[in-house]
Design a protein around this ligand. Structure first.
Ligand code: ADP
Length: 236
């Protein structure tokens, strides 16, 4: 397998509590890798380690064969579950500012912003402040900011949580399209249905451990026959 990201035996404790216990994943290039697990399983902790927001106690993470420290922070596009935008800054200014911070020239930032604002039909929000937008609208801006500089790796942590069903579907289709265009994506969720629709490969995280890892059909079969109570939402 041609893996873009390899996390090897990553562990993390917060005080006496083990949030991650020797978790390893390998994310194949050009695919959507699902991190599936109930709330509190440790998914966000792993994602924060991949983003160098949290340092692991032990274990290593390589991106393109190199330690994370050797990469520019913009090599990874991360859409956190909560909002991460400046509330009083205008949408357009903010998008252009963040794109340039991530290495795009002013010209490219403008070009990419135009592309995404037209694609998502959100041009009307350009001169609004983030605080004037609804949670779902701000999440859409967060999505644009995450993807617009074409990072090597994209990470979406529960990306549909702020959206109504129509917009959740729209964002899902955008993520699938990015994959079809060659992007490598980590997608974290507590819903089996979402990984079934979107992922090529998944790791099931339960109580800080990886309990299953493989292609979606294998995971579904093993999950149905499982002897552990994982509590992932699964449609029958
Ligand atoms: P998930 O994303 O799967 O819902 P998290 O990685 O957010 O799970 O959390 C795993 C566990 O680690 C939770 O019990 C959470 O309370 C705990 N945890 C996460 N970050 C911290 C922190 N900074 N300090 C203490 N506990 C934390």
């Amino acid at each position: 397998m041609n893996a873009l990201l390899v996390a090897d035996s990553v562990s993390k404790k917060f005080g006496n509590f083990t949030a991650l216990n020797g978790v390893s994943i390998a994310v194949p290039k050009g695919s959507i890798f699902g991190l599936l697990g109930p709330n509190g399983a440790g998914k966000t902790t792993l994602i924060r380690i991949i983003n160098q927001i949290t340092m692991p106690d032990t274990g290593s993470v390589l991106l393109d064969g190199q330690p994370l420290e050797q990469h520019h922070i913009s090599d990874i596009g991360y859409m956190p579950e909560e909002r991460g935008l400046y509330k009083s800054m205008k949408v357009g200014e903010q998008v252009l500012y963040l794109a340039q911070l991530k290495g795009l020239s002013k010209e490219n930032a403008n070009k990419r912003a135009k592309y995404w604002f037209e694609k998502l039909d959100i041009g009307a929000w350009w001169n609004k402040k983030i605080q004037e937008l609804s949670k779902g609208q701000a999440q859409k801006i967060q999505f644009v900011v995450t993807v617009m500089h074409n990072p090597k790796l994209l990470i979406f942590d529960e990306p549909f949580s702020g959206f109504d069903p129509i917009n959740a579907n729209l964002i899902k289709d955008e993520i699938l399209q990015l994959r079809d265009e060659g992007a490598t994506i980590i997608f974290s969720t507590h819903r089996m249905e979402s990984v079934e629709e979107m992922c090529d490969h998944i790791a099931l995280i339960h109580k800080s451990n990886k309990v299953l890892d493989g292609e979606i059909t294998t995971i579904k079969r093993e999950y149905k026959n499982n002897t552990f109570e994982v509590g992932v939402e699964m449609e029958e």
